[in-house]
Each structure stands twice: as C-alpha cells, then as structure tokens.
Ligand binder design. Structure first.
Ligand code: BES
Ligand code: MN
Ligand code: ZN
Length: 482
C-alpha cells in the first residue's frame, strides 16, 4: 500500500473512492442527507454506507464511515475507521482510497497506520486468483491539516507496521518453507536494518549444554537453531539491555505424543512467539529506538521419528536442572527453558519477556481476544498491562501459585514437563519460572492470540495477527527508552 498525506482541497485522482469519517449526530447536506436518511447509517462505530457515483463530488464512490461519538474518538478509533474504509472498498475495482478526516495530525497518522495493517495479505502462493477477487486499492491518500508534519510523524509507525508485517509473513509461511535454518536466514537478513544477528547451530548449543532445547529438535531432519538478535540503540551502548525470548517451534506434531490429525496444520503457527520477537526487533531497529534490546529465538521442529525424544526420557538443561519428559507435546517449555537461561546468563538483562504459543489451555481460559500474562514482577507486569490497554492487544494476568508447583514434581528428575490438565497454562508458566534465575520476567502465553480465523478486527486480516509487536514496542517506547 502506497500512502500519501494530502491537504483537504487536493484534487481527487481518477478511479478513487473517498471515505469520509463521520460521527454520531453529524448532519449531512443535500443528496448525502437523502442517502443517509434512506439507510440505517447513524455514524455508530463500525458502520459504513457506500454511495455510488455521489452527486457533486469528484469520486467514483463515497463511503461514510461511522466513528462513534466525536468526543470519544481516539487514535485507535482512527485506525479502525480507516481499516473499515479500506475493507469496504478494497475489491471495488478502484485503485485509490482517499480518507477524509478532520482534526488532529495524530488521527491522520494513525489512519495511515490502520491502512497498513488492514491491507496486509499473504498471497504469495495463490497462482490462480481471479482478478476481480484481488484487492484493487493500492494507493491511499490521507487528508491531513499539515501533510508534511503527518509524514514525519508517520515514520515510527510505518516502522512498526513493517515489524508487524514481518511477523505476519513468518507466521503465515508453511513449515516446509519456514524450518529453523530458513527462519534464521530471514532474521540474519535483518542486519541491513542495523541489527546484529548471531545464529547458533546444534554443535554450538551442544557445547552450551542445551539438552532441553536439543531434545525437542532431535527427531527432526531440520537442524535446530538459536537466533540471537541485538539492537544497541541507547546512547550508552553498555547500558543493561531489555530482553525478549520467543518460542519458535516451526512445526509441532506433538512428537511421539502425537497430536490428532484434525487442525494439526495450525501448528505451523507454533513459532508465533519467535515471530513476534523478530518483528519487534525489526520495529525497534526500523525506528531507531533509543534502547539496548536483545531478542532470542529458540527454533526447532517437533517431529516423531526413530531418533525422536520419548516420553520418560530425562533431559539435562543448560541450567543443570533435569527434566523428565512425560509428554513430548509439551515441547515449548523445553525450548524456552534453555533460551531463557542462556539469555539471563549471557546478557544480564533488566528483564526478560517471553512470548509463546504455549498451551491450548489458555484458549479455554481466556478465549481469542486475550493472551495470558504470568510474571514474577509487579512493575513489569503493570507496564505490560498498560501497554496492552494503549494498543488494544488484550492481556490478562494470571497467578503463579507456589501450591501448584507439586504438579510438576517428578519421581526421578528435578521436574517433569507437564502438570496435567488442571491449571495447564499456570503449571507451564511455573516450569518456565524455574529457568529465569530470579531475573524480572514475564511470560505471555499467546496461543490464544497469535492467529485469528476468522478475525473480527478490521486492522487484523484473517490468519496471523502479529500479536505482541505493538504491545511490546509501546512498552519499550513508554518505559525503557531515553
Ligand atoms: N503448541 C501447543 C499449544 C497450542 C495448542 C497452541 C493449540 C495453539 C493451539 C503446545 O506445544 C502443546 O502442545 N501444549 C500441550 C501441553 C500439554 C501436552 C501439557 C497442550 O496445550 O495440549
Ligand atoms: Mn506441543
Ligand atoms: Zn507447541
């Protein structure tokens, strides 16, 4: 999507739709008033009214987009209104969308951001799509009081949209294309943005003693990888970094504890945590964030095989703690155990936030609009929840009760890798907590939010959401930069 900011009076190009963002109680004039009167359009949030060949207007179509109460209009409202406008005309055959909104530059800038998010599409494997089904709108013009100021203010949000797009592309890729080494290559390519990227293969991880992560990957013909992404953007390059760790299971069959066939294809998305961390690092570098940040991705494939790890196996993690594997499908925590330990051991970060599509139980607990937050630190948790509210990426804190620790006691090792069905997301988080060595930490279980099908949010097309990139970018920006 090619986006420009234009002054209110600028000539409308050929083959354009004009979307006018209006509020409840607004009055309309002339033929427009007639069209509104003949419909149920009130200006309520989410409503659109499509008017073909509007009289007295230089546009092929006019779309009125309801934005609710004028006083309650926010930057998030501007994003959603612009997304609704795009979704109303995207396959109309018209090529340009002009978005008209009055008021603050902020609103114009966020309308542009909303268009970037709404127009995302993963279509590289469609070779036979009929022309009339493809989106036709490729250009947008957003009215702004001061177009130059708007363009300047859009730069960091455009970088954020680039990061979210990167995440969505990674998460959408099938596992035959995006296996650990390919994921690592795509992350390595981010060095052009100024990031430093190190890739560790199996021999390096073996030397570090990462028996937990390596155990998961040993049944796959694809080599496991650990990606270490570094962004030193703070004025003081030696300042303590913030750190993000992602579960990157490029495909999760369940291993020997194999999953049922139905919906197993969804498990290409089991690298959504690593995808979000990669997208976040992309965004931080893209907007030259004044922070030192580390991103660590544990990249593996969980397969059943003659060489696969078995239920009953005991793994020794980098921390030295031993783990009895009782279910090879509880693999994400095994990957994160070594990635988290390595992160705190090497980088001594201010805090670690891990993102993982860790448990089906979080979907049962919270549904698809909230991820679960688990933390050993109230300040970090409060910062995450504040960022969640600001960016409208749902997050809900859940407890880490000591009394549940016994669910992961093992007869023969330091712990087992699952605690059974009761509180399944909680015992998974308690397991991870044993690998953070007391560092301020939060775990976001995003199994509920990494993808939506179908999606009901205009800025999130069906499929990979990019959840977490906005939230963490905002938290870094508001609390850890400068
Ligand atoms: N990747 C899954 C979690 C998951 C399930 C994500 C469904 C999205 C949708 C994870 O590796 C897993 O298999 N977890 C098990 C844990 C159990 C064996 C203790 C689960 O949730 O069933
Ligand atoms: Mn699993
Ligand atoms: Zn998994």
């Amino acid at each position: 999507m090619d986006i420009k900011f234009v002054a209110a009076g600028a000539a409308v190009p050929a083959k354009a739709a004009v979307a006018r963002i209006v509020f409840e109680g607004d009055t309309h004039e002339g033929p427009l008033a007639q069209a509104v009167a003949a419909s149920r359009f009130t200006g309520a949030k989410g409503q659109t009214l499509d008017i073909l060949a509007p009289q007295g207007l230089d546009a092929a179509r006019l779309v009125l987009v309801g934005a609710g109460k004028r006083d309650a209009f926010t930057t998030l409202g501007a994003e959603q209104a612009a997304a609704a406008a795009y979704n109303a005309v995207k396959t109309s055959g018209l090529t340009t969308l002009r978005v008209e909104l009055s008021g603050a530059t902020d609103h114009s800038v966020h309308a542009a951001f909303g268009l970037r998010l709404a127009s995302y599409r993963f279509d590289k494997y469609r070779t036979k799509e009929a022309a009339e089904k493809k989106p036709s709108v490729t250009h947008a013009e957003i009215v702004a009081a001061d177009p130059d100021a708007a363009l300047g203010a859009f730069a960091p949000l455009s970088a954020l949209a680039d990061g979210i797009t990167f995440t969505r592309d990674l998460v959408s890729e099938p596992a035959n294309v995006l296996y650990p080494a390919e994921f690592a290559r795509r992350v390595k390519a981010l060095e052009t943005l100024g990031l430093e990227v190190e890739i560790l293969g199996e021999p390096e991880m073996m030397k570090l003693g990462m028996g937990s992560l390596l155990g998961v990957g040993q049944g796959s013909v694809r080599e496991s990888q650990l990606a270490v992404i570094k962004w030193y953007g703070a004025d003081d390059k030696s300042a303590q970094p913030v750190a993000f760790v992602g579960k990157g299971v490029c495909f999760d069959t369940g291993g020997i504890s194999i999953k049922p066939a139905e919906n197993m294809e969804d498990m290409k998305w089991d690298m959504g945590g690593a995808g979000a961390v990669a997208g976040l690092m992309h965004a931080l570098a893209g907007r030259k964030a004044k922070v030192n940040a580390i991103g660590i991705l544990g990249l593996v494939e969980n397969m059943p095989d003659g060489n696969a790890y078995r239920p009953g196996d005991v793994l020794t993690s980098m921390s030295g703690q031993t783990i009895e594997v009782v279910n090879t499908d509880a693999e994400g925590r095994l990957v994160l155990a070594d990635a988290l330990w390595y992160c705190q051991d090497r980088f001594k970060p201010k805090f670690m936030v891990d993102l993982a599509t860790l448990t089906g139980a979080i979907i049962i607990a919270l549904g698809n609009d909230y991820a679960g937050c688990f933390s050993n630190n109230d300040e970090l948790s409060a910062n995450l929840l504040a960022a969640s509210a600001a960016e409208d990426e749902g997050l809900w804190r859940l407890p880490l009760p000591t009394a549940y620790e016994k669910q992961i006691d093992s007869m023969i090792a330091d712990m087992k890798n699952t605690g059974g069905r009761p509180g399944g997301s909680i015992t998974a988080a308690l397991f991870l907590q044993r690998y953070v060595n007391g560092v301020p930490w939060a775990h976001l279980d995003i199994a509920s939010t990494a993808w939506k099908k179908p999606s009901s949010v205009g800025t999130i097309p069906d499929g990979a959401t990019g959840y977490g990139v906005r939230l963490l970018n905002r938290m870094v920006q508001d609390r850890y930069e400068g």
